[in-house]
Design a protein. Structure first.
Length: 652
């Protein structure tokens, strides 16, 4: 196991919420947060029983929670009967039938509005199609789709029946899709003939035709007709989704299944930046409870909000905070098919203005990418509807945070920096926006019911400002229950680093003197410079705080004396060019920001760095480049494999 981290960041600025924001917030002060938090930890079952009253049950639970540490079996709301789609749709029909549930903004700027009534009807129809094709409770359905409404409708249809969905991000390779279909033995695949992506029309069905022949478990492939283009259809297996939905025998209503609290809801494969994908399993009542409650408090949700999360439903962020959390709360959720830079780099702000979005949730990688084009693109739009901003996916460096706060939030909107994982189902560490004075770069405090701690390698809690591993000491309702058909991997990955049922997240973190949590990045991304273990994200953050830099990735390469030396890949703001002089300036800048020990030995300027399709930097590949290797390993899961050759050529 990697050693604990030495944290070096010196960030100390604080941003308290405005009085006007506090006054209207669900949780209005730190004292109020602390009181509720303490209650939730001291008497979790009392706390969660009270929260669970906000959901609609066919039958209430017998037991709020149980945790068998030796079997690693955790159960929430056992004995209860409930349905996620009922809670997301049916229960809103009376009061919110005509309220938009999903506003879909297409790639080319057209939109479609699904009110709760309409969404309910479409979900029922979709569920009836699945039923007609033989789907029963417990069957697996795979989705490989662009960001179209049929994806949200389809997964809601699955949970209505108790069928288990497995969404595979539409940008993954055909091989990745096949692996995931095979692992889950999906009976139906739902896909699209094409995917519209900026100026491009990307064939989706055609690209996977060859691998589908090898997927033995598949009975049917439902094909969404995104555009009327020639598409090859295999007789008897491939069906047009639209035809299926239109069929005469497909009714507009469908009884929601009365599911057990611990019935599986979905599988979501997570590969991270290394290793074979794991099928993370989430179940019904606990997951719904957790996404419902985190959405309500973290985004300080109010009935009149228009909420937009820019993630793809192929990731857990989209599952929990485009679909389930918002809809369980009866919110209006914007869903976007396109990309942030098409037709121009102001696409996000155009959409915020168009729908008067009040809560906006995105990833640091998107923030940096857009900031790179300059503030003029933002200033063209009226963003006065925004009242709260969110960030997720990686540590947000203070500089990107400050830009987001000032330019997008006009110094008015709190930013919730939310730390969580596919495995955690929902947000674990976050500021509650009315209650916490923000510190740029800190995810702040644990959510209700989440008992986090930071451990040193020996399992002892780290002291203030001492780096370590972030853990959760007790299960929370949204925790993954297992790795699909691989309990051993579940135990090894999450519960073997520390004894006694302690959830190990794999991230480095520190807590400062005031108890604020700072996530320092994946522990695999740690470098050892002259005996100091540094998280690369802090060094990257220092580089990005220099005015000309828009993104940086730091990796180690072997050094005789220091152990590791630091190699930095630096992307400059649009229109700027690197120079030897700038290399020296940047080295000095890092020395000043965090100390000479963190000074990169080599700096390479790069137009782009290799990223996963969810926007995480693939340091494994950069490391191979920094080490001078010709073979940099598998690049098929990259969003931008083309950058690799350039980076190799321009190696310094
Ligand atoms: C990993 C989980 C969380 C849903 C999307 C990603 C990193 C995520 C933050 C944050 C610092 C963060 C962690 C985590 N991460 N949010 N606010 N600050 N790091 O889900 O693909 O399962 O990735 O993303 O390293 O372990 P995921």
């Amino acid at each position: 196991m990697a050693k604990f981290l030495d944290s070096i960041s010196k960030e100390t600025r604080k941003f308290p919420p405005k009085e006007s924001f506090k006054k209207k917030a669900h949780i209005k002060s730190f004292a109020e947060y602390k009181k509720l938090y303490n209650e939730s930890i001291k008497n979790p079952d009392t706390f969660w029983a009270k929260q669970a009253e906000q959901l609609d049950w066919f039958k209430k639970w017998d037991k709020v929670s149980s945790w068998n540490k030796s079997k690693l079996e955790c159960k929430w709301f056992e004995g209860g009967k409930i349905n996620i789609s009922y809670n997301c749709l049916d229960r809103h029909l009376k009061e919110r039938g005509d309220k938009p549930a999903i506003i879909w903004e297409s790639n080319d700027g057209k939109s479609k509005v699904y009110t709760y009534k309409k969404l309910h009807k479409e979900v029922c129809k979709f569920a009836n199609v699945l039923k007609k094709r033989g789907i029963k409770k417990g069957d697996r359905i795979c989705f490989y789709m662009p960001m179209v409404p049929e994806l949200a409708i389809g997964i809601l249809a699955c949970v209505r029946l108790g069928a288990i969905h497995s969404v595979v991000f539409g940008g993954f390779s055909p091989q990745s899709l096949q692996d995931r279909i095979d692992d889950s033995k999906a009976k139906i695949l739902v896909t699209s003939n094409v995917n519209l992506h900026g100026k491009k029309i990307i064939p989706m069905k055609e690209a996977i035709d060859a691998v589908l022949l090898k997927c033995k478990s598949l009975k049917y492939v439902l094909v969404n007709k995104r555009k009327n283009v020639a598409t090859s259809m295999k007789k008897g297996r491939d069906l047009w989704l639209q035809d299926e939905l239109k069929a005469k025998d497909i009714e507009n209503t469908c009884e929601p299944a009365k599911l057990n609290s611990e019935d599986p809801a979905f599988i979501l494969y997570t590969s991270g930046t290394t290793g074979k994908p794991k099928g993370v399993v989430h179940t019904t009542a606990g997951y719904l409870m957790y996404t419902y409650l985190t959405f309500k408090y973290v985004f300080d949700y109010r009935e009149e909000d228009v909420y937009w999360c820019t993630a793809d439903i192929g990731w857990v962020t989209g599952h929990s905070y485009i679909v389930y959390g918002p809809l369980a709360n009866g919110a209006t959720s914007v869903m976007f098919e396109g990309i942030p830079t098409y037709p121009n780099p102001d696409r996000f702000w155009e959409i915020v203005e168009k729908y008067k979005v009040s809560i906006f949730y995105t990833a640091p990688t998107a923030i940096r990418a857009i900031a790179r084009f300059g503030d003029e693109w933002v200033k063209k739009h009226d963003l006065s509807s925004l009242r709260l901003l969110g960030s997720v996916g990686e540590p947000i460096n203070p500089d990107a945070w400050l830009w987001y706060h000032k330019v997008i939030g006009r110094n008015k909107c709190p930013i919730v920096d939310t730390w969580w994982q596919t495995e955690t189902g929902g947000i674990l560490v976050t500021p509650l926006p009315g209650a916490v004075d923000l510190k740029p770069g800190s995810a702040c405090f644990p959510f209700f019911g989440v008992k986090t701690n930071i451990y040193k390698e020996n399992g002892k809690p780290a002291k203030a400002n001492e780096g370590g591993f972030i853990v959760v000491e007790k299960p929370w309702p949204g925790m993954l229950r297992t790795v699909y058909k691989n309990p051993d991997r579940f135990r090894k990955t999450y519960f073997s680093q520390f004894k006694g049922g302690i959830y190990f997240a794999g991230d480095g973190a520190k807590k400062d003197k005031e108890g604020y949590i700072w996530i320092l990045g994946r522990i695999d991304d740690v470098v050892n410079v002259s005996g100091h273990r540094l998280g690369t994200s802090e060094i990257e953050s220092a580089l990005v705080s220099y005015k000309d830099v828009s993104e940086a990735a730091v990796v180690p390469y072997p050094h005789k004396i220091k152990g590791d030396a630091l190699y930095a890949f630096v992307t400059l703001k649009k229109g700027l060019k690197g120079s030897d002089e700038l290399v020296q300036i940047l080295r000095k800048h890092v020395a000043k920001e965090i100390g000479p020990i963190a000074k990169p030995d080599k700096i390479q300027f790069a137009e782009g760095v290799p990223k996963t399709r969810s926007g995480k930097i693939m340091r494994r590949i950069l490391k191979a480049i920094a080490e001078g290797k010709e073979d940099v390993g598998n690049t098929t899961t990259l969003a931008n494999p083309e950058v690799v050759e350039t980076l190799k050529k321009e190696r310094v």
